[in-house]
Ligand binder design. Structure first.
Ligand SMILES: NC(=O)c1ccc[n+]([C@@H]2O[C@H](COP(=O)([O-])OP(=O)(O)OC[C@H]3O[C@@H](n4cnc5c(N)ncnc54)[C@H](OP(=O)(O)O)[C@@H]3O)[C@@H](O)[C@H]2O)c1
Length: 369
């Protein structure tokens, strides 16, 4: 008998790990879709959205919790339209924590029934706000057993973004000085903890309500960006500056605090907005030119020389080694992203509104029953 979610047997779900077991997977399920770009009111919870066949490297995850990232609310409003518009209605969501419900024929890293967490790449077309999400196997890792699905779902996208900037781009090492502009948000807070885990000296800016939390996480200095003058309060130069805010003011401050040969990295690169404006074919070369211009400009105006590598637009990247490292740090209690509020998936509109209007200061997670 077919019930909702509809079930079908799937021949592609045998592999070496699960040999001999016929798998039942959903052919359709509940999902949150964006039929057109707009405010939170465009979000629809649909009961019967198709679940595509799994490709050999893909994993079907029974989602238990998905976190709300700023990218989700921005995508809903039309950010990335040069990529996503042709694929409306879209399923939103990057992060997920849940159980493996099915695996493609070449999946070896996870097994059916295992609890996993992970995050999709920013340009992935089918998101995680669904009872059944599909992720490539390298974008998943076993969920730390000490964390609930809600806690685990808050971590991967933000932590992988911070991982890429600090560990892959700046390649920070023990004892270096790291400045995180905007350490109160999920990416900034993850960055503080990643730098502290490497025994770096961390300074950060954040809102008043985040000061205690960032100091407890190991930052040596926390500057209140509302009531203090950052340029007076922060002393010395830094090997790496991660700017999670990325407005002209924080960019100017961040670059000025950079040591010779250090890395300034902003999360607010202009690639997506330029491709949205001019289309992929024209927008991408323009974005490359804008980035190069900035790199050259700072090379001369601020003497951040030696190579072009010091000024970067940094983006989240799916990285299985990074996810593995993040899992180990989370398991050992060295990396946490506190969850401020949990909404049932049926209240996704309220969750988006709360996040967008900053009614809730911290991480928001959607729970799927
Ligand atoms: N490029 C990428 O691939 C990528 C990936 C992930 C995120 N992002 C972007 O990075 C940003 C942060 O993402 P997130 O997930 O960390 O968001 P989030 O958890 O919502 O954090 C936002 C935080 O920014 C802080 N903030 C706002 N204005 C500030 C200022 N002037 N100075 C210092 N802190 C300020 C606030 O911290 P307080 O609570 O302390 O006030 C707020 O909590 C978003 O714009 C997001 O779109 C980009």
């Amino acid at each position: 008998m077919l019930t909702s979610p509809r079930l079908k047997s799937h021949n592609g779900l045998f592999n070496g790990n699960n040999k001999g077991f016929a798998r039942l997977v959903a052919s359709s399920c509940r999902a949150v879709v964006v039929p057109r770009f707009g405010g939170a009111e465009v979000l629809e919870v649909r009961p019967d959205v198709a679940v595509p066949e799994l490709k050999p490297e893909e994993v079907l995850v029974r989602s238990r919790a998905v976190s709300v990232n700023p990218l989700d609310t921005r995508m809903r409003s039309g950010y990335g339209r040069s990529i996503f518009e042709a694929h409306l209605p879209l399923i939103l969501g990057r992060d997920v924590s849940g159980e493996v419900a099915g695996v493609g024929s070449r999946v070896r890293r996870v097994r059916v029934g295992e609890e996993v967490f992970g995050a999709l790449h920013p340009t992935a077309l089918r998101g995680t706000y669904a009872d059944y999400a599909i992720l490539p196997q390298h974008q998943l890792a076993p969920k730390p057993p000490s964390l609930s699905h809600v806690e685990a779902s808050a971590i991967p996208f933000a932590a992988l973004t911070a991982w890429r900037a600090l560990y892959s781009t700046a390649r920070i090492t023990q004892g270096q000085r790291v400045l995180v502009l905007g350490g109160g948000g999920a990416v900034g807070f993850a960055a503080i903890q990643l730098a502290v885990a490497l025994k770096c000296h961390v300074s950060t800016t954040c809102g008043t309500q985040s000061i205690h939390r960032v100091l407890e996480a190991g930052a040596e200095q926390a500057v209140d960006y509302v009531s203090e003058d950052i340029e007076v309060a922060v002393k010395g130069k830094f090997d790496a500056v991660l700017d999670t805010i990325g407005v002209p003011e924080t960019e100017r401050i961040g670059v000025n605090f950079l040591k010779r040969g250090g890395h300034y990295m902003t999360l607010q690169g202009e690639a997506a907005s330029l491709t949205d404006r001019y289309g992929l074919a024209v927008g991408l070369p323009i974005a490359t030119a804008v980035l190069l211009k900035k790199q050259i400009q700072y090379r001369y105006s601020h003497g951040i020389v030696t190579t072009f590598a010091e000024y970067w637009w940094t983006y989240m990247r799916a990285d299985s080694d990074g996810l593995h490292g993040i899992r180990l740090l989370s398991e050992s209690g060295k990396l946490k992203i506190p969850v401020e509020k949990i909404f049932p998936i049926s209240q996704v509109r309220e969750a988006h509104e709360a996040k967008e209007k900053r009614l809730i200061p911290g991480k928001v997670v959607l729970e799927l029953d």
